[in-house]
Design a protein. Structure first.
Length: 236
């Protein structure tokens, strides 16, 4: 059977459904169309048995599985329902994320940030979605930290999400908004003693996402007025 998977974005969702693609491909020919923006962000480095990409040819005879059509308990199962709708266990999803690392680009980013192997550093990320920004994350970093504090730069020409793997692996602390890098970090052996995540949506994000990750993320709690100040692009 030919199956077309409808999950064109976002990047975190694409990473999360890699097990689904692997399992369905055992008995079917699976096609997964990808928007160019996500392909260029790092999806082109993924390894899975499906036919995937921004310009793939799809046969005339096929069935469609839309990953986002099966939510029954909103918002708690927004992510897990992608598997529940087709009766596949999602719990070991991260073991199915396979990708090619480009160590030359990883070294370039490390050198650009001025990070020296063996010296302590913190990595921060305030960006999520399509260039949305959370304000105030840097202000919440430990003031007594003696090492280097570096911030993710999403505008490095030619860089992709997996090019930050060395930084994620070796940082002493990671401070980030909830975004696709959590899914990448789940696949790595990290040294960080602190993993701090700031939920982009008020209350519901932690309920939806915390259960997906085995790493010991600390989810920052916000009062609603405070959340409105630091996530101005999410406030209607």
């Amino acid at each position: 059977m030919n199956i077309v998977i409808q999950q064109p974005g976002c990047l975190g969702d694409i990473l999360f459904i890699q097990k689904l693609l692997h399992v369905l491909s055992k008995e079917n020919k699976v096609y997964h169309p990808i928007f160019p923006i996500f392909w260029q962000s790092g999806v082109d480095q993924l390894i899975n048995p499906s036919i995937f990409g921004p310009n793939i040819s799809i046969p005339q005879d096929y069935s469609v599985y839309n990953c986002s059509d099966h939510i029954q308990n909103h918002p708690n199962d927004i992510m897990t329902s992608k598997y529940d709708g087709i009766n596949i266990d999602w719990k070991d999803w991260s073991s199915y994320i396979k990708y090619e690392r480009n160590y030359e680009r990883e070294d370039y980013i490390r050198n650009l940030l001025g990070v020296v192997p063996g010296e302590p550093f913190i990595i921060t990320n305030s960006y999520y979605g399509m260039n949305k920004t959370m304000t105030g994350l840097v202000k919440q970093l430990p003031k007594d930290y003696d090492g280097k504090k570096v911030e993710m730069n999403h505008n490095i020409p030619g860089s992709k999400i997996f090019d930050w793997c060395w930084i994620f692996e070796n940082a002493e602390e990671i401070h980030t908004v909830d975004t696709s890098i959590l899914y990448v970090i789940e696949t790595l052996n990290t040294l960080a003693s602190k993993l701090i995540v700031h939920p982009r949506h008020y209350i519901h994000t932690e309920q939806c996402l915390k259960k997906l990750f085995s790493k010991n993320w600390h989810w920052v709690k916000y009062e609603k007025d405070e959340w409105k100040k630091v996530f101005p692009m999410e406030v209607s």
